[in-house]
Design a protein around this ligand. Structure first.
Ligand SMILES: Cc1ncc(COP(=O)(O)O)c(C=O)c1O
Length: 494
């Protein structure tokens, strides 16, 4: 059987009874879309096909790339040099051409249990057959409550109330709104100010973007949220370059919160930081920094929010970064690894006292005017329950912790290669910083990315920093392959 969803977009689905290989299948129904007339056509070779191991779906090369406006992408470059990932299994992706690409980034820091986990896929399939969707506004379904309980079992003691979202961005905005609602509910309605940190990333909603500290994410969008201020970032390359473990210098940077309190008085509702800043290049917190931030928040009646979208679910060798780094926030955001990214889902874990203040202190009726149609979506809840079960049964945080010394050594073995100016590492995540080519920031890292991909290794770049965060099931052989390929590519890009 052959299905065509759209004339220009040719997906061929073959049932298992048909012969597996259709390498030279003709491409019926192809007609160029009008808007594709001016761009280079895709490579002319016939649509080779990839077999998806479990369900025998064969996906051929789509031949219309115009309609999808790709997020955070160089659309023009991609559409003239497409790199299409067609399937994934374990530690690897496979391209539409059938080339294996070792996943050095767990997708986008999210497939912590590796790809194509049968337990998760089956849980989603089963739930889809039982109940596809049900609202969670004034109604409930058992699996959402069960998923919340499972998350609460993993979060630090006291953070037992779980609000479901669909992404890290929504989690960030939800956490900020809960913080504001809490301050109001406890009679501190003058606390409307939100504090983030330079080089912080909290997604792309207006809240997260405003509290985030990345200039490039803001420049196109004009006005940000009002009443937002920022702490300095903690990147001190002069003192901390090539530090192993937590860098020694920089705890004093938390004291900048005292300056903000001096400036803004008692109008600050919350401080939101990533325990380890991932997206701006793996900035590991200095020894004592988060402890100091915790003390100052307590001293001044300010809530501390950790954005654990990357650091959650085993990445740092513990369930959450809070545990590894020894500081418990009042509110914690998460997403990505929560469902192993098999279905989008995010969550916000909230301290019980905050929940009690907002919920029990409210008049009868809705207590928090916030929520998403898909909060606690049944398929996502099923994926979360199955993922968290895998975390436990395979002790994924423990695996990451056991592999950390080998991974850190492999990262630091790149020291001394041309243009490597810093290496930072914690858990199964590392940032390798390259010096930029004069007048061409990002160009060197982009070359390294493309070379690695062509050699079968997926890395991630941010500016001229290479970030690696493989699935937590990585074996030594994967780590050798990732760093060996990266080392060659760095030398080539000298
Ligand atoms: C710390 C942090 N917060 C929020 C987000 C946004 O998550 P999403 O892309 O799911 O909205 C990310 C994404 O990488 C992140 O790293």
């Amino acid at each position: 059987m052959v299905l065509f969803y759209k004339k220009e977009l040719f997906w061929q689905i073959l049932l298992p009874t048909l012969p597996a290989a259709a390498e030279s299948a003709a491409q019926p129904g192809r007609s160029p879309s009008p808007s594709s007339a001016n761009r280079p056509s895709l490579p002319a070779h016939p649509p080779r096909q990839c077999r998806l191991a479990m369900n025998q779906i064969h996906v051929s090369r789509p031949n219309d790339l115009d309609a999808f406006w790709m997020p955070y992408s160089d659309n023009r470059y991609f559409k003239s040099h497409p790199r299409l990932l067609a399937r994934a299994e374990g530690m690897s992706y496979f391209t539409a051409d059938g080339q294996e690409v070792i996943d050095g980034t767990a997708g986008l820091w999210c497939c912590n249990a590796g790809h194509g986990r049968r337990e998760i896929t089956e849980a989603i399939q089963k739930q889809a057959a039982i109940m596809d969707f049900a609202p969670t506004f004034q109604l409930g379904h058992p699996i959402a409550f069960e998923a919340a309980s499972r998350v609460a079992e993993m979060t630090p003691a006291g953070l037992d109330r779980i609000f479901f979202t669909n992404s890290g961005s929504e989690s960030a905005d939800t956490a900020l709104k809960i913080a504001l609602a809490y301050q109001k509910a406890r009679g501190q309605s003058q606390r409307v100010r939100l504090v983030g940190r330079e080089r912080g990333y909290h997604g792309v909603g207006f809240g997260g973007m405003s509290v985030g500290g990345i200039g490039g994410n803001r420049k196109q969008f004009g006005a940000m949220l009002p009443y937002v201020d920022h702490l300095p970032h903690t990147h001190l390359p002069e003192q901390n370059a090539f530090a192993k473990g937590l860098p020694q210098h920089g705890a004093h940077l938390a004291d900048a919160l005292e300056n903000l309190v001096a400036l803004h008085g008692d109008t600050i509702a919350a401080v939101m930081v990533e325990p380890m800043a991932g997206s701006t290049g793996v900035l590991v917190p200095p020894v004592g920094y988060l402890q100091r931030l915790r003390e100052l928040c307590d001293k001044h009646g300010i809530l501390l929010i950790f954005d654990e979208v990357i650091t959650g679910f085993g990445r740092l060798g513990t369930n959450f970064g809070a545990e590894r780094l020894g500081v418990t926030p009042d509110i914690m955001t998460m997403a990505k690894g929560l469902t192993n990214a098999a279905v989008p889902m995010g969550a916000v874990a909230v301290n019980n006292a905050i929940y009690d203040t907002v919920v029990n202190g409210a008049p009868d009726g809705i207590e928090l005017f916030h929520g998403y149609t898909y909060s606690g979506h049944p398929l996502a809840a099923a994926a979360a329950i199955a993922t968290l079960a895998l975390h436990k049964s395979e002790d994924l945080p423990g695996r990451a912790a056991a592999m950390e010394p080998y991974f850190e050594e492999a990262a630091h073995s790149l020291r001394g290669l041309p243009n490597v100016i810093d290496i930072r590492s914690i858990g199964l995540v590392t940032g390798i910083e390259l010096s930029s080519r004069p007048g061409k920031p990002t160009a060197r890292a982009v070359d390294v990315f493309r070379d690695c991909f062509d050699k079968g290794v997926l890395i991630r770049t941010t500016g001229d920093i290479i970030a690696l965060s493989p699935p937590l099931i990585a074996e030594k052989s994967h780590i050798d392959r990732i760093f060996g390929t990266l080392s060659d590519a760095i030398k080539k890009a000298a």
